[in-house]
Design a protein around this ligand. Structure first.
Ligand code: NAG
Ligand code: NAG
Length: 336
């Protein structure tokens, strides 16, 4: 190997692959390695046989579940906002030509023990059973303010500087009740806990606008889209992009070790006795076990269902957000 690269990337998770794709397009010489023999790292998509192997050891999946190949189960499920940054990157880099997307049928929120469609526009707010009559009108006014809000046009700001005003104060101006605030913050702005209430409102307003713009984009029942064969397709598509621009990919490279000089600066990566030189390394945390610190945990459960989720209009694909407050927890549960 003993070659010199501009950047060495370790791990083929989505972020790492996007980065090596973009850097290759920019003309940098990129080497990308992964210890696994598949793409995606922690965010791979598995078929039934792979899924059982991962969690059930020697057991085989039950026959009534059908063909293994009909399943792409994401280890880290995530929907993409149709008008979000990731989609813009996909379009900008033309990576879309390697992928098929599906619009997600519905976006729902759990409120007072029931699943409801998430209202995203002033018109939907008026129809939503989530709110009483007067609350609907107040929410409608707030939605119109958000729809009209334009960061560079002070006439739309109604005298408030959203870089300073907190979300709590902005919402207080519209007199919305806690229930409404809860679905706005968690199911539209997609905050995972309630810290946003004390933070400047601009971020929340931008997130609400992104939701509404994404919803409008495909005229579907949700603002989300999804790679048809699972999220695991995304890292591979960016890997292909990188390869087109001269990037080198190596899977199944055991014990990739990042090498540092005496000053603590990175000088290369060693695997199987060979060192590739570089001055920059980008990697997922598992490749630098002594330099990372655990700051939190995410619990995930996978359920294979034989029927649609009740109260979701028989949607085949949905997101249901269970806001923390509705469950008495400190962070949300999302179900994709
Ligand atoms: C926002 O305001 C700026 C300045 O008035 C204007 O040029 C721009 O077109 C507006 N954007 C939208 C989306 O209306
Ligand atoms: C339910 O789904 C049908 C078709 O899939 C759609 O036409 C209808 O608008 C949906 N209803 C609601 C309340 O979303």
């Amino acid at each position: 190997m003993d070659e010199e690269y501009d950047v060495i990337v370790l791990g083929t998770g989505l972020k790492e692959c996007i980065l090596s794709g973009l850097l290759s397009v920019d003309g940098l010489k990129v080497l990308h390695m992964d210890r696994n023999d598949y793409y995606g790292g922690e965010c791979a998509s598995l078929n039934l046989v792979q899924l059982w192997k991962r969690f059930r050891g020697d057991d085989k999946p039950p026959a009534h579940l059908g063909s293994s190949r009909d399943y792409n189960v994401d280890m880290v499920p995530k929907f993409m906002m149709a008008n979000g940054t990731l989609v813009r990157v996909l379009i900008h880099t033309d990576v879309t030509k390697y992928l098929y997307f599906k619009a997600v049928d519905g976006s729902f929120v759990y409120n007072k023990g029931k699943v409801h469609k998430v209202p995203a526009t002033d018109m939907e707010a008026l129809k939503s059973p989530l709110m009483g009559l007067f609350e609907k009108r107040r929410a409608r006014k707030f939605f119109i303010y958000v729809q009209d809000y334009n960061e560079t046009d002070p006439k739309t700001h109604e005298g408030m500087d959203l870089r300073r005003v907190t979300t709590r104060d902005l919402i207080a101006k519209y007199g919305l009740d806690d229930n409404t605030v809860d679905f706005i913050g968690h199911a539209l702005a997609l905050h995972r806990d309630d810290r946003y209430l004390e933070e400047p409102a601009l971020e929340t307003v931008k997130r609400m606008k992104l939701y509404a713009e994404s919803l409008a984009r495909f005229q579907g029942g949700s603002p989300y889209i999804y790679p048809l064969y699972g999220l695991g397709e995304l890292p591979q598509a960016f890997a292909r992009l990188s390869a087109v621009y001269g990037g080198t990919y190596m899977l199944n490279k055991p014990e990739c070790k990042v090498e540092f000089n005496d000053e603590g600066k990175v000088i290369g990566v060693t695997s199987e006795g060979e060192t590739a030189r570089c001055t920059k390394v980008v990697c997922d945390p598992s490749y630098l076990p002594n330099k990372v610190r655990k700051v939190g945990k995410v619990a995930r459960a996978i359920a294979i269902m034989s029927h649609p989720i009740p109260n979701t209009n028989d949607s085949h694909s949905v997101q249901v957000i269970l806001p923390q407050k509705q469950l008495g927890r400190r962070s949300d549960i999302g179900r994709d």
